[in-house]
Every structure is written in C-alpha cells, then in structure tokens.
Design a protein around this ligand. Structure first.
Ligand SMILES: O=c1ccn([C@@H]2O[C@H](COP(=O)(O)OP(=O)(O)O[C@H]3O[C@H](CO)[C@@H](O)[C@H](O)[C@H]3O)[C@@H](O)[C@H]2O)c(=O)[nH]1
Ligand SMILES: [Mn+2]
Ligand SMILES: [Zn+2]
Ligand SMILES: [Zn+2]
Length: 978
C-alpha cells in the first residue's frame, strides 16, 4: 500500500499529507501506521487515543496511557468478557456454549427418547389447532379463491430463458458434426496405414488418439444446446411483498464451513459471515450457521467478535446500500466510493466504519496471534472451564446461538439475522466424512432450529459479493412454474486475487462459462460445492413433486406408473431378482412418499406407521427432526421450547447419530468421495430433479483460489482423486441410476466426463513423450502422407480450431482464457491427474481413506507473493521430465539433421512441431517452476534430469519400437520424410 511517495491513509484512503515542516505526516512514531491528520483528529475526538495498529498512544495526548491500556486489553478474549460495556450482549457469554455427551442409538425404552416422543405428540396436538395453509385456503369462499389464483397466474414469470442466437448456434453445431465425420475418416486412415518401421509407437499413438476422441465426445455433446437466463427480481419483490404486509419470501439457512483456522484465516471467515448477515433479504428469514470442523476456540472467539461487529456493520451496509458487504473487500476496492452516493453523512460514516473495521481486524489478529501456541493444559474459557474442543478429534458437539430475534440487536435497535456456531461431535473410531459430514450436521441442526425451506451453502472463503444474490435464486425457486422441480440453483464460482494472466487457470472460465451453460440446457449444472441454494426437500432424498417415486407394486412400472415413457420393452421380461433389487432401492422413497398421505390417521397410528416405515432408519432417531422434514414449507413448531431445541440440536450432531441411517447414502450430502459436490448433485439429477444456473451480471459470490503452482496442483489432485473415487464406487455414472430413466443421457455423458477425465492422463503422458522419442530415435508415428491424408490432417486441425472459436463466440469467453485452460489441461493431466489415478486404485486396494487437504487461503496483504512460491512435491516430477525430454529431443533432432544434411530437415519439422506442442502447453508450468528468482528446488531438477537422461539413453540403446528385421535404414524411410 505504501510503495511510493506519500502513503495513503489506512482509514479514509486519501493521501496522508504533510505536516508544517513539510515532512510526511506521521501519527504514530512507533510503527509509522499511515493515517491522515483528519482521521487522527477524529480518532481523538471519539476518545480513541492510541495507534490503531500497535496500540502506542498518540503523542498529542498526555493522558493517553489509560486509553491505551483499554485498547490493548480489548484484544484479549478474557478481558472482553469482563468488559462491563458488553453485558447484555448474548454473544459475549462464551462459557455458555452448549455441549452434551451423545447418547448412541437409544431404544425407545430410554427416557430421553420417550421424552422426545411425548413432546412431539404435544406439539402435534397444538399444531392441530392452528389452521394450516391448506385449511386456511379451504376456508376462503371458492369464488374468491379463484380470483386470487387468477391474479397470481396473470403475473409474469420470474425468469426468462434466453436461448443462444441461432446464427451462433447453427454453425457451431454444423462444425461439430463435421468434426465428427472428419474424425471417423481420420481414424479409418490411421488404422489402415500402420507405420511398419515403428509399429509399437504407431499403436500407442493410435490408442491415445482414440481415447482423446472419446473424451472429446464426452466433453462436446453436453454443450449441444446452451442457454442463458435472466431473472426479474422486481417481479419477485412485487409478488411476495405487499404494501404494509410482512414479506412472504421464503426463509433461507446459510451454511458456512470451516475446518482449520490456520489455513483458513478467521478474518476471511468473518468476512463471509458478515456478508451473509448484511445480505439484502428480510432479516427474520435469514440464519447463518457456521460449521467449525476443527473445534477451534479461535474460530469461536472470532465469531464472537464478528457477531459484535455485525451490529455496526449491517446497519451501515443497509443504510448506504454498499456492495460488496464483506468489509475487507469493500474497503479495498479501488473505485470512487462516492459515486451514486448522495447522503452527506456517508463520507463521515464510512470513515468511522473503516476505523471500526480496522479495530475489529486488530482484535481478530490478536486472537490469531494468541492462538499460535496452545497452552499445555489446553485452552480455557473465561470462567476457567476448559474449552470443550481442546482435542479436535475427540470432543462433544457444541452449539452457540448469537444475535437473532431474542439476541443482541444492531446499534440502531433493529433485529439481526440469527448466527449459530456449530461444531459437531467427534470421537475416535467414527467416520466423520469431512465436508459432507459437516454439511449434513448443519442440515439437521438447522432443521431443528429454523428449518428454512432453502439452504445456501458457502465455503468459508466465499463471501456474498452481490447482496441481491438470494433474491436472484428465489426467482427460480419460488416461481410456481419453474421452481417445482428445481433441486438447487448454482451460481458460478468467481475469484479475487488471481494473477492477471491467470497462469494456472484458476478462474476455470471455460468450465463456468461454457460447460455449465451447456448443462443448463439439459438438466442443469453440476453442483460445485459452494454458492448454491438448495431446496431442502431435495436434500431429504425426495424426488421432484411432478414425478413422485411411489412404487405401485401391482400396476405396471415402479418408476413412472405408466410404463410407456421409461421402460419401453424391457419391463415384462424383468426377472424377479431385478424387481426385488429395484424395489429395495425404492424402499426409502416409498417410505417417505407414503408418509405424506397418512394425515388421516390419528396420532398414535401415525407414529406407529412412522416407525414401521423405517423413518428412523432413514433420518435417525430424532422425532423433532423427522417432524421437521414433514413441514414442506419450513418453519419450526411454535410450541417447541428453545432449550429443548438446543438439546435436540446437540443430539443430532452427535457422532453416532448417522449410524444405520441413510445420511450420506441416500440423503443429504453424499459420502464416498472428496468431491462430495459432484456426487450430491448427481444423486439429485438421477432422481429426476433439474438444477438451474444463475449468473447475475454482478458475480453473486467470490472466493479465493490457490495461486501458487504446488497448491493448485494439490487442489486439482484432490478433485481428480474424488472423481476416481466415484468411478470406483457404486455411484459410478457409467452404470448407476439407469433404472429410473430420469437422468437425461446427455447429462449422464457430462457426469461420465467428470469422473473419467483423470484417466486421460495415461494417454496424455504417453502422447507427450512420443515426440521426444521420435526425435531421439528418428522414427515417426505417421507414415508418408498421401494427398488424401494431408487433407484429412488439415481438416481435423481446422475443425478443432473452428469449434473452439465458435464456442468462444457464443459463450463470450476470451481466447486467452481458453488457451490457459488448454495448457492447464495438459499440466494437470500429466501431474495431478496421473497421481490421482494411481492413488485412487491404491487406496481402493488397500482400503485406505483419502484425505481432504484444505487449500490454504491467502491472507489479503501479500499480493501475489505466493504466486512464485513453490513447495516440493512429487507432483512436479512427471511434467518436468516431459519438458526436459522434449527439449533434449529437439536439440538432438537438430544436431542429427545438421549431421545428415538437407534431406533430414523435412521430417524433422513434423517431429519438432509435436515437441513444441508439448513444450508450449507446459510453458506456464516451466514458468512456475523457475519461480521469480529461478529458485527451482534442486531436488526436482536432479530427479528430472536423471529420469530424462536415463529414458533417453534407454530409448536410443534398445530402440524397442523398431522391429529387428527392418531396423535398417531403407525401412525407416517409410516415415513422413521420403
Ligand atoms: O473436513 C473438512 C474439510 C473441508 N471443509 C470445508 O470445505 C471447504 C472447501 O475446502 P477447500 O480447501 O477450499 O477446497 P477447494 O478445492 O477450494 O473447494 C472446492 O472443491 C471442494 C470439493 O473438493 C468443494 O467442497 C468446495 O466447495 C469447492 O469450492 C472449506 O470451506 C473447508 O472449510 C470442512 O468443512 N471439513
Ligand atoms: Mn476453496
Ligand atoms: Zn484519513
Ligand atoms: Zn503505531
């Protein structure tokens, strides 16, 4: 920030200015913290007389000492808790974090269980008295009802599909078909024209090419009919907010997951939470749940601070409609913040707010500093009791509710959204299922505490960048026509802080702007783990309302009931075991769907039925939770006593809760892969749901991406490993979910693509070493070209280019992004994907579990400092080797040609072309490897040089690709040259 000239004030962003002596104004002699005179004076007037950064008193005031002590002590947790100012703020009572040891699998004999049944019955009875929505409707005279319906029908749809212009799509499709035909001809030629002098080499290359063609088909056809959508937020507001009435928008539960406060700085998480609390949505409809998988007191304490800071931040955001509502990112924007602002008080309040935020940051950073070294006996809370989460692998479940209707209000006295800290119980010997497990715990806790019909989940580093985002999603979910069958609305992932050239394709633009739009034209985008609004019912394993999965045992087809749509001829020939298996699979759905129809039974019968129909086997032993799942429109029974609810909430996050239930198998986030996101979305699409891709002009959410090569490769490795896991699991899209016929085949193709892509690494590595081998041995994979063959090659080449160009044209992606994507496809392919394939199989054979290594989130200050950082990993070896081999090959090829004279140059050209193709694709990798000061870890270089020279020598010596009989010179002439 202070690179040159007069520094900028950290509070107001203007130049600090000079003092009377003409020197740069320095407020704090201790740390030189840049702050302008106006701001210091304001500080002092407000009674803050110490430096914001280091706490040293400003020289201007002699009695500053006292204040300084105050400021200093404010940054330690214990002191804050005793701060008399803070009494009355619920958030401050750190010791009141609720914990409870879990009771596993209690039978109904257990008093606790009985208790629950009793209270549930109680509630049922009370609820009966309050008319339900349907009953209310019934009470309205029919004519009036008709009228109301008509008004609703007359109102326009909340979103519009904008198909891609025909003029752009038609040529695109034509070229795809042409490319397919050319490809067929090409393969015909390749297969019928083997290279006798280098048969194995030719065979390898052919196999690779066929695989590439196959993966191209998988990737290409799901992009056949892309769509764009626009929303009409104004219509949404008009429809669901009538003058003088409370808003009828549906409630939303926000989930934020964090695990390791050292890798995921609390300040980042705090920003995410703040952006959620300040979101533009009715306050009583918003709840924010933070899952802390690390059970860190640091995370808890910084949430306490965050809750407190939100009391100032939220009203400020709403008053001036600022954007984004994550303070860190708001204050670091390099734009004219006065634009469109008319209130004169804005500048002053912004200045004060910025200062408050700086103070908040100081406090959070102090917490982080304090947390660096854990005391021997573990952390303890203000009242001296030890922090329950001291052992992050063995601790009880913890829940703490902040803010909300009964909690602290903001400084203007308005209600704030509810904020809940959740850390699920962990015990050794239990599977925790990483992020998916954490999300499922949140699903249950939120069902008990707020039970909003919609759930928005975010990674800890993905803040709300557009405060209207939720409304955008509601334009789909709450639209009576569109919303019925929508399981989730996915927003694209966008990122901050990526180097300008996006060296490692972190932005993933091609995926988010091309593939996802394509999928939206079929059955909807895949779920990418963050920035997604779910329909809660879809998470509970239900099918979409328009296709109830009620198996009808007697009549026809168990899937659709009609049997003309999904199982044309097969059905009568189905053998018994198949029928049995199908019905087993549908058991769960049956149980759930039947339950909707048993309203007519009395309470006792109903509870009997519920247990009979194995509801508990599905959802686990919590009546309160089971009850909540039946409220399709959300909401919690009013009769429920808050303290009892907290108790129940702790019960549902106990580590044994999911045992022998369908959690993670059929409902909630699905377990079994580190890319739980793909799996979860896949299950929903298999049940017949559709999803929606929503791309508001202003990016709805923004996150951080790993910017250095090693971290990026590890992230890609984890993703690829997750795909391999799915491939090897029962959920493999190659054969899973055919029974229903509800997964559209193009959608299936896309899912197959997302799980087989790591395998492309094998042919890719082979193909990338072929040019080098050719150069070193003098052989080539292509025989002498005839005219026809040349045309084919050219045609293929052209069609590849033209499809890409046309794709860029309809999607608006830049050619640069596309090229980065191509490059990273090769880089990731020959390193991370390759390792993922081996690790995946090894782990399966050894029965090991894969790690979820969280990617470190850069703290904001270091600007791209990390880009050049390189950590030693084995992942770097294969691409480095390939690079070196190819470069050696090029050199060897040239020197050979020099020796042989003129004729040798022709064939050299073809080979060098391929070698350059490889080197060009690996170029960003080379750059990353070199780092800023050419400090590649020596070990990588050593290994790669060693491997490269060994291979080169071996190739030259053994020449395995040349059959012994025709190893003489005349025969090798059949390659491209003569
Ligand atoms: O045991 C765990 C491990 C991770 N997380 C959370 O999972 C999120 C994603 O982790 P991150 O390291 O940032 O992974 P990325 O590769 O950046 O994430 C992408 O890929 C993941 C799947 O591998 C998805 O879950 C994410 O939503 C998606 O953004 C973070 O909020 C973590 O706190 C947990 O809650 N518990
Ligand atoms: Mn991330
Ligand atoms: Zn200033
Ligand atoms: Zn200072």
């Amino acid at each position: 920030m202070m690179e040159s000239g007069v520094p900028l004030c950290n509070t107001c962003g203007e130049a600090v200015g000079v003092d009377e002596k003409g020197e740069v104004f320095v407020a704090c002699q201790e740390c030189n913290f840049a702050i302008c005179k106006a701001c210091v004076e304001y500080e002092i007037r407000e009674g803050r007389k110490a430096c914001l950064r280091c706490g040293t008193p400003f020289e201007v005031n002699s009695m500053a000492d006292a204040e300084r002590n105050e400021l200093g002590s404010r940054s330690t947790m214990a002191a804050q808790l005793n701060d008399p100012q803070d009494t009355g703020i619920h958030a401050r009572h750190i010791s009141s974090v609720s914990t409870l040891d879990s009771e596993y699998n209690d039978e109904s004999g257990n008093p606790i269980w009985k208790n629950r049944v009793e209270s549930w019955k109680d509630k049922k009875n009370k609820k009966k008295k309050a008319p339900t929505k349907a009953e209310k409707e019934a009470q309205v005279p029919p004519e009036q009802q008709m009228e109301e319906k008509q008004i609703a029908d007359a109102s326009e749809p909340l979103s519009t599909v904008i198909p891609i212009a025909k003029s752009k799509l038609a040529p695109y499709r034509t070229v795809i078909i042409m490319r397919l035909i050319i490809l067929a001809l090409f393969f015909h030629y390749r297969v019928t024209h083997p290279v006798d002098s280098a048969y194995p080499l030719w065979l390898t290359s052919i196999i690779c090419e066929i695989w590439f063609a196959y993966s191209w088909v998988l990737d290409q056809f799901p992009k056949w009919s892309p769509v764009n959508r626009i929303t009409h937020v104004d219509r949404l507001s008009a429809r669901y907010k009538k003058e003088g009435e409370p808003s009828e928008l549906a409630a939303v539960d926000f989930f934020v997951s964090t695990v390791d406060p050292m890798k995921e700085p609390p300040l980042i998480t705090a920003n995410t939470v703040l952006s959620i609390l300040a979101v533009d949505y009715p306050v009583d409809k918003v709840s924010c749940y933070l899952s802390d998988d690390g059970a860190a007191m640091l995370s808890f304490e910084s949430l306490v601070e965050t809750a407190d800071f939100a009391r100032k931040w939220v009203p400020f955001c709403k008053k001036y409609s600022i954007e984004p509502r994550a303070p860190e990112f708001y204050f670091s924007q390099k734009i004219d913040y006065l634009k469109d602002k008319i209130q004169p008080s804005f500048v002053k309040e912004r200045r004060a707010m910025k200062r408050d935020y700086e103070e908040f940051k100081v406090r959070v950073n102090a917490l982080v500093a304090k947390a660096q070294k854990a005391p021997e006996e573990g952390w303890s809370m203000q009242d001296g009791t030890p922090w329950p989460g001291n052992n992050s692998r063995d601790h009880p479940g913890m829940i703490q509710v902040f803010l909300g209707s009964s909690g602290a209000h903001d400084i203007e006295g308005n209600e704030l959204p509810r904020l809940v800290y959740v850390s699920r119980e962990k015990r050794p010997g239990f599977q925790h299922h990483k992020k998916a497990g954490a999300e499922n715990a949140l699903v249950r806790v939120s069902a008990i505490l707020t039970n909003a019909p919609y759930i928005l989940n975010l990674d800890c580093d993905h803040y709300v960048n557009y405060s209207n985002a939720v409304r955008e999603a509601m334009c789909f979910l709450m639209d009576p026509q569109v919303g019925r069958n929508v399981c989730y609305v996915q927003f694209p992932q966008r990122f901050d802080g990526i180097d300008r050239s996006d060296r490692y394709a972190n932005r993933n633009t091609v995926f988010f702007d091309v593939n996802m739009k394509g999928l939206d034209g079929i059955q909807g985008p895949v779920y990418v783990g963050t920035g997604c609004v779910f329909n809660r019912q879809a998470l509970y394993g239900y099918g979409p309302p328009s296709m109830p999965n009620l198996p009808k045992p007697s009549s026809s087809c168990s899937w659709c009931g009609c049997c003309s749509c999904c199982c044309p001829s097969k059905k009568p020939t189905k053998d018994l075991s198949e029928v049995y298996r199908d019905s087993k699979r549908e058991d769960l759905n049956a149980a759930i769907f039947n339950l909707g129809e048993i309203d007519n039974y009395d309470e006792h019968e109903r509870s009997m039925l519920i247990s009979q129909m194995s509801f508990e086997k599905t959802f686990g032993l919590s009546t309160v939770f089971i009850e909540s799942t039946l409220l399709a429109n959300g909401g919690v029974p009013e009769s429920a006593h808050p303290s009892m609810l907290i108790k129940e909430a702790i019960h549902v996050i106990s580590c044994g809760y999911e045992e022998k239930t369908a959690w993670g198998k059929e409902i909630g986030w699905i377990y079994g892969s580190v890319t739980e996101d793909i799996l979860t979305g896949f299950k929903m699409h298999c049940r017949g749901w559709r999803s929606i891709y929503c791309m508001p002009l202003r990016p709805a959410f923004k996150g951080s991406a790993p910017i250095n090569l090693s971290d990026r490769l590890h992230q890609v490795l984890r993703w690829a490993l997750g795909s391999v896991e799915i491939f090897l699991s029962r959920h493999c899209p190659l054969w899973y979910g055919f029974g229903g016929g509800r997964l559209k085949w193009l959608q299936r193709l896309a899912y197959i693509n997302t799980i087989v892509y790591p395998f492309t690494s094998l042919p890719l590595v082979a193909y990338c070493s072929i040019p080098a081998i050719c150069l070193l041995t003098g052989k080539f994979i292509i025989p002498t070209l005839s005219n026809l063959a040349s045309v084919l090659f050219l045609g293929l080449f052209l069609s590849i280019i033209v499809t890409s160009v046309l794709e860029l044209r309809w999607s608006g992606v830049s050619i640069e992004d596309w090229w980065r994507n191509e490059q990273f496809w090769v880089i990731g392919g020959v390193s991370a994907h390759l390792f993922a394939v081996f690790q995946g199989f090894l782990k399966m054979l050894a029965g090991l579990d894969t790690n979820f290594t969280v990617t470190a989130k850069a703290a904001d200050d270091a600007e791209f400092g990390e880009l050049y950082m390189i950590k030693w990993t084995t992942l770097l070896i294969p691409p480095t080797t390939l690079l070196i081999v190819n470069m050696v090959g090029v050199v060897a090829g040239f020197s050979d040609a020099l020796n042989k004279g003129y004729e040798a140059w022709g064939p050299l050209f073809g080979k060098v072309f391929f070698a350059f193709w490889v080197i060009l694709h690996l170029y960003p990798f080379l750059k990353g490897l070199m780092g800023r000061q050419n400090r590649t870890p020596t070990i990588v270089v050593l290994w790669s040089v060693l491997l490269a020279s060994v291979f080169s020598l071996v190739w030259v010596k053994i020449d395995p690709f040349v059959s012994k009989s025709d190893a003489d010179l005349t025969q090798s002439c059949s390659s491209i040259d003569c």
